[in-house]
Design a protein. Structure first.
Length: 243
């Protein structure tokens, strides 16, 4: 698989940003999406009970002559899909993604069940995960905390995944054309910023994913050998044609 983006990243991007945030953008609105992750992989700050998930947020902002600015991120240092991808490839994880229950670095993805993901920004990321989970889960009467069903281990129970989608009408605050032109100016300011040594390009949120999406739509999605084996087994189980 390409190093540009993992399979799990691409799936998450399409599901959250294009399907949900992308719709308001097409109507000159700002799209905001929050979700409770479909499995808990993080404890509250200082704890060891896994009561929180990666609880992602995605925000899409329309522009005029440039692609939308799209922030799509988990509240953990790495999405759990990246852990599974590393295990599938037989690779080690970087230090800083996970720790074991003693707080020691955990770099073997096959031992992920022995530890938990770390939040971005320490307690700040924990706070974001908690609040996003409350807004997307508790407010909706969806699963949260101990009630979250781990879809990695349970393929039969209803997950009752909590989600929150907001569409902000730009016209209620400003002229949409003026706003989109100002987002274009944000693009130009960020892209023209002086770069640190060794940096080839400054990218805006969503820019890399947009390039990958275009590349994948024309050249296809490369698959690792391990993933091909899994897909072939799944195809056999479901009695459908394999790749």
């Amino acid at each position: 698989m390409s190093d540009l983006v993992s399979q799990s990243d691409l799936v998450a991007f399409i599901a959250r940003c294009l399907a949900f945030c992308g719709m308001p953008v097409q109507e000159n609105m700002i799209g905001l999406y929050l979700a409770v992750g479909s499995a808990n992989h993080m404890p509250p700050w200082g704890g060891t009970d896994m009561l929180l998930s990666t609880n992602p947020i995605a925000v899409a902002l329309p522009s005029k002559d440039y692609p939308p600015i799209v922030l799509d991120m988990a509240t953990t240092v790495a999405a759990y899909g990246k852990v599974k991808t590393a295990a599938q490839r037989g690779e080690q994880m970087p230090e800083g993604w996970m720790v074991d229950r003693n707080g020691d670095p955990l770099t073997d993805p096959t031992r992920a069940g022995e530890g938990f993901l770390l939040p971005i920004g320490g307690p700040n990321g924990y706070g974001l995960s908690l609040v996003f989970g409350i807004l997307a889960g508790v407010l909706n009467g969806a699963a949260f905390g101990r009630d979250v069903v781990d879809f990695n281990a349970d393929a039969t129970s209803v997950t009752n995944t909590g989600q929150m989608i907001l569409a902000l009408d730009i016209a209620a605050f400003a002229d949409p054309d003026v706003f989109r032109a100002e987002i274009d100016d944000v693009w130009r300011q960020m892209k023209s910023s002086a770069k640190m040594p060794g940096v080839d390009e400054i990218r805006l949120p969503g820019e890399r994913m947009d390039r990958v999406r275009l590349e994948r739509s024309t050249k296809g999605i490369p698959l690792s050998d391990a993933l091909r084996v899994q897909l072939a087994a799944l195809a056999e189980e479901l009695v459908v044609a394999a790749l």
